[in-house]
Design a protein around this ligand. Sequence first.
Ligand code: CP3
Length: 358
Amino acid sequence: GGIMTMTSPVRRDLVDAPLLVAARGQAPARTPVWFMRQAGRSLPEYRALREGTPMLQACFTPEMVAEVTLQPVRRHGVDAAILFSDIVVPLAAAGIDLDIVPGTGPVVAQPVRDLAGVGALPELDPARLRPVADAIGILLGELGPTPLIGFAGAPFTLASYLIEGGPSRNHERTKAMMMSAPDVWHALLGRIADYTLAFLNVQIAAGVDAVQLFDSWAGALSEKDYREFVFPHSRKVLDGLAQAGVPRIHFGVGTAELLPAMREAGADVVGVDWRLPLDVAVRRLERAAPDAPKPVVQGNLDPAVLFAGWGVVEREVRRIVREGKAAAGHVFNLGHGVLPETDPTVLTRVVELVHSIP
Ligand code: CP3
């Protein structure tokens, strides 16, 4: 039934796009740069357009999704657009009662705490994601040579919202379920992995050029727990996309100890936050998999540095581009999302600076 959403994609010929060249571990004409959360509250044109429209409603309105996605591309000249959506959109499309509360984040009406709760999670009919596919269709006609990145939340990060019922600092209920009820845990993550894969498959069928799997909160786990409780589910998602041939970026925050495992899960590009210099990240990845191709990384300017004045910003950007040379390919980005109070003119200058460095 879901096939109706999958009109044949306009797979654009973007082989030379710097983002896609770098993702293949080859040498692009310039270092590609985009920013997580480049669309959003840092832009006055975003705040004006979103005025009066709740976040989830915006995510299911194709024209609004397309316009918000295009705003940072026009303004900053970034090397990629990222689909405007949210990691909870496939959960909402499945009919799970949740809301995105401004200033807080996703809030789930009935948190999942036991096997009955997992069993009550509805199936996701991909046809419910038709508005997302329609938005991508509009974007492919508007983006010209700029690649479009699709994305989804990884099973662990989505599980945390479903189990805690909202954002959590310590993920205590999540870890408690993981460690004390592994049968419930694996049933839940299996179901979430199916949602994630369905969301990504709709985006790939509609024509996105790359995808990023956000496991934003995976850094809360030890490597041992990550490998036992999370890795199999993230690998199922990333493996499930391998045939599509689009580069897979895998990102989390505070994941210095998890980078080799996150690559092994099936990443073509490993996202790194600001806590670890990129050259050190590359060495860790190489040591963990000496026979694998040289790694490709994305990152890793601390979003707070954008508040420190241009002298500091310039020094840090130059350092990161230099350290990124240790990788087979480097996609310049922040170490996490753009903070809402960021001066967008600084972001534009960062793009120009990255492009100007040979
Ligand atoms: O990067 C982009 O520009 C694409 C858009 C995007 C959004 N959410 C838009 C959004 C992406 C990639 C996401 C993913 C997402 N959502 C993640 C993973 C990335 C990360 O930051 O680690 C997570 C953890 C979420 C959950 C979520 N949704 C949070 C924590 C929030 C912030 C709540 C707040 O208001 O402070 C949201 C809401 C959200 N998602 C907004 C945007 C632009 C703000 C909503 C608004 O403008 O009203």
